[in-house]
Structure formats: structure tokens, C-alpha cells
Design a protein around this ligand. Sequence first.
Ligand code: G6P
Length: 515
Amino acid sequence: MSETPAEAVDDFRPSAENEMEPTRGTRRAGGTERDLVVVSNREPYQHGYDADGGVVVDEPVGGLTAGLDPVVQRTGGDWVAWGDGEADAVVTDEDDCVAVPPDDERYTLRRVWLTDDEVTDYYYGYSNRVLWPLCHDLVGRVEVEPRYWETYESVNESFGEAAAERATEDSTVWIQDYHFCLAPKTIRESLPEGANTVQFWHIPWPSWETFRVVPHAGELVEGLLANDLLGFHVERYRDNFLDCAAALDGTRVDREAGVVHVDGRTVRVGAFPMGVDAERIASTAANFDQHAWAHLAGTYGIDPNVAVAVGVDRLDYTKGIPERIGALERFWEDHPEWRGELTFVQKSSHSRSRIPAYERIAEEVTAAVDRVNDRFGTATWQPIVHVDDHLDQRELYGLYRHSDLALVSPLKDGMNLVAKEYAAAQVDDDGVLLLSEFAGAHEELDEAVQINPHSRDGFATAIHRALSMSTVERRRRMRSLRERVRDNDLDAWVTDVLDAASRDPEALRAGGRDV
Ligand code: G6P
């Protein structure tokens, strides 16, 4: 199983259908008239080599890059990202740019090159050994190293400079995620007059008590306050951020208006729950009929006639996969009548494997799967099928559609788009979503069966309850979930964020809208 951005399946994928001519400066996704310059760590297209030495391109499959790619395809503009593909440098021009998608050029991908040490200290180090665990409230996993911070600073500067170079006075620079707390400062220093910056924070934001644990907490918050608008998935994260901003000298926070006054500027801070491309997921799932499902199930030894539960995750310690397998074990212990009648399919993708904690979680999941299969498996039934092959879009949404339950049980998650994808794919309205109360998505998806991933017994009982639910109740719950996911889809999110970005902070205060 390889580790590629295309395997980061905890989010979703691009819409090929949203076809509109990309015309710089006209448009657009959110009703504003601005060019987009997206900045993210992961690149939307990665160039590599095939077995014969030919250059091939990996298209985005999951993650936030896959979600934003159709948006930038539609608007045109620029995308600044780390060029980590083997053949990335071969296809870029003297400005480190390449037009993408390769067969239908719609926007410019500007690649930023990182040395091995930078990758170690900025990506594996500060981003994923400090900020990731910190923001998921796992302070014990934080590993502070001075060189991680120094490199995070310098890499943020390089990204910031690259983004500012691509911006015009009509641009909105849209920065993604925790890899770039300090880049907004660099961007602001050389941003053309009239341009603005927005940052969306895709992971949770913890309380100030937790956040202040890291030595550079104040600088991180200050860095983010160099944006014009800062977005979080849910109000709790936004409120936590406002508490952190209030703890700094020289800031004034107006919680009601959702603004921070700093350095004579007004920074807006809002909650914008991200959505998925529900229409495309539904139509892809609808086309994956019983015949296609029987074929896919056969490939992995799943009996299509028994109930199926599904889990889809990157192999990350925040996702609660061992806890989920423990709950299934308890379920089969307590309900032997379900042995041979329910198969759990865990689709996993390797992630950040150079970090020992990630290597360990992958081993732990394999060991847990083997334990349960050894304990309950029979000649004709494998309780857990662990899929680590790459599934394409059709297969993934088909698997969602034909699964009777989805077990989405993160210990903590900014949003968790698998929960929304599953609901979007339930075109027959007959599946049940079990959702951790610690996922951001939980705040919106009331009709899911709520679980606490730490309670093995409670989780096992919830699985039984979901499997025993009446058809009427299942349909009622899933219909509402599906409607909510459709009404608050990816386009609605982009529109909300970019509309808020184009609004004058004073008008916003007068209008009283809660961004
Ligand atoms: C989370 C983060 C994204 C990240 C993704 C995959 O969803 O919010 O920013 O891209 O995980 O992780 P990776 O480290 O492979 O990019």
C-alpha cells in the first residue's frame, strides 16, 4: 500500500461535471469578482513516472485538494503547493509553474520545492508532530524541537512569497490549513493593494489552555491574525480561537461580531461547515448497481447477501480505528446471532508513515483485524475485510451505497467528510450512519446514531441498535441527513467563505450577520 495524496480518502473528490469557462477576474464561485490564489501543502496534481519511464499525472482523489480543484478549475487562477512528485520539476516552466489539469488546462499550479530536511522538519515535524496532535487535544503526543519551528518559519515564508507573487489587486489568496500559520504575514507584506487573504483551518482548534502549551503559541495566533478572514468548521473552534486571540497583548475581540481588532485592522473569524459534492456522489453511487456491487464484493471476499458496515480512513491515531474494531469485537461477543450475518469493511490508506506514531497505528489496526478474524472467522465468513487497495471514485461511492452501516468514529475530527459522503451516497435511503460525538460533522448531522468511540459497550450497543432499526426509522433519518448534506454542499461552503471574504467588515457589523 503506497502513501500518496491520492490515497487520502478521508475527504472527497472533485466534480468533473461543474463545467464553466474559466475566465480570470469574472465569475465566480461565491458571487465575488475576484481571482483565486489557493495555497495548500498538498498539490492537486502530482507528476511521476510509469514503469516505462513516461511521465504520468496523479489526479486528486481525496482530501481538501480534491474538493477545491473543481472550484479553481471553474474560476481559473493559481494554486501554490509543495511539488513532491518525482517528475514534478520536469514539467514546470522557469517560474516553477505548470498548467493543469494536463488535458484541459484551466489554472496555473505553482510548485514550491522543499529539501529533504525541510520535509522532515516542516511537514513531518512542526505540522504533523506539533500542530496536528496539539489541535486534536493530544498534548502528550506533541514533540517540540527547535529546528521544527525554525524550518516551519522559513518554509512558510517561501510559500508566502510564492503566493504574493501570483496575486494581483483583484486576488483573494485562500490559504488552507495548519501548515501555514505564518505565511499570511509574509503575504500581507507584499500583497498588492486591493487583494485580501482568507485562511480556512480544516482541523479542530483547541482551548487556549491547550494551545498555549507550545512555546510559540502567541506567534502562531498572531500569524493567523494577518489574514482578513479566518474560517473554522464549527462555532466551538471559532470560539476557542477567539479566546486565544483575546489572550494576546494588543488585541481587542468582539465575540458577538466575530471580529478581532489588531494593528489597526479588523480580522473576521467565522464558522463555515465544509460540505461535499453531494450531487455528483449521489449520481455516481446511483450508477453503481447490484451487479457492480456483487463484482466489487466478490473481489474482496465479501458476501453481498450479508449486512455490511463500512469505515473509510487515513491510518491516523485520531480516527479511532482500533476502538471501532474493539467495539465490533464486543458486538460479536454479545450478539453471536450476528456472527456470519455482518461483515465490516475497513478501507484504509497509509499516511505520514515516516512518523513512528503513524507506523504504530497501522500495525495496531492490522493486529486488531487479525485478532477479531482469528477469534470469530469461519470457513465461509470473514468478520473484517481490510481493504488497502486504491478504490476509484465509482468503487468508493458504490461501497458507501451498498453498506448498511457506516462507522465514523474519530476520537476528534475537524469535520469528517466521510460521514457526509456516506449520507450523499445513500440514494436508497436505507443505511444508518453511526457518528462520533467528537467529529465536527456531529453538530450538523443530528439524525445519525451518536457514539462515543471511547465507550466500547456503548458503541457495541449502538451497532446493534442500528442493525435492528425499523425500515421506517432508517429511511426517515437517512432522508433528512441526505437533504441536509445536499443543501449544505461544497458549492454552498465555497460561496459562504468567499462571500464573507469579499464583505467589508464594517458593513458586516452593521448588517449583523454572524460570519
Ligand atoms: C487532513 C488535513 C489536510 C491533509 C489531509 C491528508 O485532512 O486537514 O490538510 O492534506 O489530512 O494528510 P497529508 O498529510 O497526507 O496531506
